[in-house]
Design a protein around this ligand. Structure first.
Ligand SMILES: Cc1cc2nc3c(=O)[nH]c(=O)nc-3n(C[C@H](O)[C@H](O)[C@H](O)COP(=O)(O)OP(=O)(O)OC[C@H]3O[C@@H](n4cnc5c(N)ncnc54)[C@H](O)[C@@H]3O)c2cc1C
Length: 191
């Protein structure tokens, strides 16, 4: 099992969390009734591929943050690592403020979203692939880690291409890693 211990100094969170590959964080539903399928190893493999494909195809992740009792949602671009998501941000603003107080996030991403028409209103449906999950965001301060996170982001949008980084921009850019704790994949084919 490809596990690694991830240390966190965040108050109220477990000191050592086990960061697992996406395939081990996953529950799934692949039918239109939102029923969870029985899980066996073959299913994990199938779903792992589905999750990886969706993460490749989605361009935006919507982050849900929590400022005390006040929820806040914000869309950002992202990159993917084993069991982790990466995003970048300006150094100031609402999401950065909230994350400094509460690094817990929920997120959603989707692809192939289509409204499926029907002559009767009650039979209209949606076709989509989507993921929702939760995790803990960590601001990357080590320059090598920060660049590696940005590399993930660039690779997501321009796989195999290399671009130079502006050192001045790097100093004013925040890069976050989200250690994913739970994932749920859902696919609806439209009826
Ligand atoms: C498709 C897409 C991809 C994006 N990718 C990134 C990214 O990779 N990194 C990044 O930092 N930002 C990205 N943005 C912009 C991002 O959504 C935020 O607007 C930005 O990061 C500022 O967030 P903030 O919390 O600091 O807002 P603030 O600058 O503090 O915004 C002030 C107020 O504006 C409102 N607001 C903030 N964002 C939005 C929004 N998107 N739409 C409507 N109202 C808003 C909120 O009510 C907020 O309270 C992206 C936006 C879109 C639509």
């Amino acid at each position: 099992m490809n596990q690694q211990l991830h240390e966190t100094k965040i108050k109220g969170l477990n000191r050592h969390r086990v960061v697992k590959p996406f395939s081990e964080l996953l529950t799934c539903s692949i039918n239109d009734n939102n029923e969870k399928e029985a899980v066996n190893m073959n299913h994990w493999e199938t779903k792992r591929e589905a999750v990886e494909k969706l993460m490749q195809d989605a361009t935006v992740v919507r982050l849900a943050l929590c400022d005390g009792e006040q929820p806040y949602v914000v869309p950002v671009n992202f990159g993917v690592g084993e069991g982790k998501l990466y995003f970048h941000s300006g150094a100031k603003g609402t999401k950065v403020d909230i994350l400094s107080r509460n690094p817990r996030v929920a997120f959603e991403m989707d692809a192939d979203v289509t409204v499926v028409r029907h002559p009767e209103a009650c039979h209209w449906s949606m076709k989509y692939r989507s993921l929702v999950g939760t995790g803990i965001a960590r601001l990357l301060t080590d320059p090598a880690e920060k660049k590696a996170g940005l590399d993930r982001l660039m690779a997501h949008h321009a796989p195999g291409e290399a671009f130079p980084y502006d050192e001045k921009m790097m100093t004013v850019t925040h890069v976050y890693e989200i250690a994913v704790e739970h994932l749920h994949y859902k696919e609806a084919k439209g009826s």
